[in-house]
Design a protein around this ligand. Sequence first.
Ligand code: ADP
Length: 585
Amino acid sequence: MRFPKSLQWRIAIAYTVLIFATMGAVSLYLVTFIRSSYVRDLDARLAQEAALAVDAVDDHFTDPAYAADLDALAERLSIASQAQVTVVDAAGKVLADSSEGPLVAEALLARPEIRDAINAGRGSDVRRDSEGNDEVRYAAAAIVIGNETRGAVRIAAPTSEVQGNVNRIVTTIGISAGAVALLSVALGYYIAHRTSRSVRSVTSGARRLADGDLEHRVTASGTDETRDMAEAFNKMATRIRDVVRDLDSESGRLKVVLDTMVDGVLVVDSEGVVVLINASASELLGVRAEAVGSRFAQTVRDHDLQRLVSTAQARMAATQDEVALLRGRRVVSAVATPLAQGSTQGVLLTLHDRTETRRLEETRKEFVTNASHELRSPLASIKAIVETLEGGALADPAIASDYLSRVRREVDRMAALVSDLLELSRLESGQFRLQQLALDPKDLVDEILSRVQERAKAAGVTLESVVPQDMPPVLGDEQKLVQAMFNLMDNALKYTPKGGRITLSTQSQGKLVRFSVRDTGAGIAPQDLPHIFERFYKADRSRRDGGTGLGLAIVKHTVQVHGGNVSIDSRLGAGTTVAFTVPVA
Ligand code: ADP
């Protein structure tokens, strides 16, 4: 048989065995003790009866008249004492006996109790009866008349006489012991159940805690120890919950900090597995945030970064490099720093996006190149003209005056370029104050028309304006808006051939007013359209009088500082519409 494993059964069985053993031992002792005291009592009673019988039998020995009655006397004594009564003479010959049947003929001197009584005054013995069934107890006393021992009286009773009493007591003890044992077993089972219940509830509580249920508490019941255990468990659970919460909020804070960081952060462990990646790093590397747990080399398929990480690991020193990511769309400054965590070697990779800085640097370089280029051609022309003049042309007044007016035109071009550059740089740097006022769109349109009227007439181009009644006033810097519109008008005039038409119109669009300049001119090729607002961009580079390429860039920046938008729509050969919006005052 297998011993049951549950704590409850172990306690209950141990308890039951102990109770049964104790009750058994106690009952056995009690029964033995009671039986022997009963037997002692019986022996004492038999001895007493023998002594009393001697007194009664006395006369029958002294007075021969009574001798014949001895048998009847023995009978009476037997009834009174409820025992067998035997009278013998000094030789052990039976004179009378209370039992049925004929008297025993043999002398009973061989019996120890008779022999002792005749020799020493009294005697006793215990032995099996003649059939060997029952144990019989004997007590005998000597019949002494004068100084002479004349015989003895013997009283005999079976031990079984006390057995009935003993049996009753044994039964009582047995029943009580059984009842006590059963009660104790039930109590033991109950206590075991209570004790193991607490253990079970703590066990299941620990299991739930392990499964993540940090709010689970066990109920404290039962004995002091189990309650102590439950309380200790609950205290531990609360402590664990607090620690986990602290860690959670700590890691939450860390996560928020990492995810709001502009720089990319990524941690690779010694096995090359990504253990942390923030949002910026995911974006810069073009990987998903689930990259955590995957291999760095497989997730980030960039040889430069992999080399950087392994170099840092090998050299045990921070390593830095500039790396192009996302097929060159991004440039990052990457720093790999070894992280020593005990014996393992992770690497912290930080990515600082340098794309915008790079772009600005490029733009600046390009700007300087473009500006120098734009300035070089007028300067070269002026130089050539001056050399020609020096070479003798000055002597011819007609040629000289023509050359001087050419010099003037080149200088004007340079002045226009420089002033455009200054304007653009002021707009871009934001170092100026807009003189914002509420302006009537119609006034702005009239102002432009008056400026270009003459030029349009000379170029044979029709000018028209569409300004609806009750246009709301706009909020803007008059001088800057007029300049922007003038640039658009200037372009339209430049690229619209004779017989064309230029329409300047305004339109109310909720909180904005839209100004547009539409021409029926040359139009712009689709491949040029996306770049048209870039500075120095010219769609048709062959045209010598094409301008600086800054006009539309200035328009775009002017409109943006006013809080509006520019748009362009053009078809080659069909005409161009450039429009911008300005907020209503
Ligand atoms: P520019 O001072 O050279 O006119 P812009 O920035 O104003 O410089 O214009 C850039 C280029 O866009 C021009 O060189 C021209 O090719 C093209 N462009 C601008 N406006 C028009 C227009 N209305 N029709 C056709 N082409 C235009």
